[in-house]
Write a new protein. Sequence first.
Length: 258
Amino acid sequence: MKLSEIKDKKPLVFNYANYVTPQFVANVVNVIGGSPIMARELEEFPDLVAASDAVVINSGTWRRSELLETIKLAQLANQAGKVVVLDPVAVGIPSRSLPVVALMADAQIDIIRGNAAEIAWFAGVDFSSQGIDATGNGDVRKIALLAAEKTGAIIALSGKQDVISDGHTTLTIDVDVPLLATNVGTGDALSALIGTYNGDGISIENTMRAMATMKLAGVKASKKIKTPGYFVNQLLDELYLLSENELDAFINGGGIHD
């Protein structure tokens, strides 16, 4: 889905969000033209999944008592043919891996978005992390490719270098925006953007366009703002003002490689 199509179709993105960042995530989906909805109530799932174009599951504040609900949500989305995006926050911590393992055993996950350490966990590669932050070094292209091969999902690895891989095609966005890493929630919002862009069909191109959207908005915001507090508001403004032509020029301008 292109940015202009998002603004025209207004895809509904159902976010099973963590309780740290739901407003920011909703705002990001909203300003680019999508329609966000947040819910955690099992009784609502059938109606909301039926109405939605994408389902995004964020495990950042998971509770063991909600595990079966999360699996049920993904299964309902699978049955309805809706894209399922997983944001496996700090999955390398053993207790955090439990819901992810259970979820992927009982439901299909179409796209996984995480930082290098989180994606390395799926690849079976050691990669240092500190809480929710990736701190290690490694070949992120290789890590994303291996994770895609092992999971069967499209991998969206975000960081200094973004990598998108489906196990056959691997794309990179070689643009670093340090201020994106200073705000908790930009990764969560990126996962929701990926759901938004894939609302009309799951593809590596749709996933790449979502990641390029966040990177380009970050580039534009960081040219105007140099501190984290103001940056996050400027980021929303740049996402709101972003045009299809600007995004296409960024994608075709040499920053993205296969």
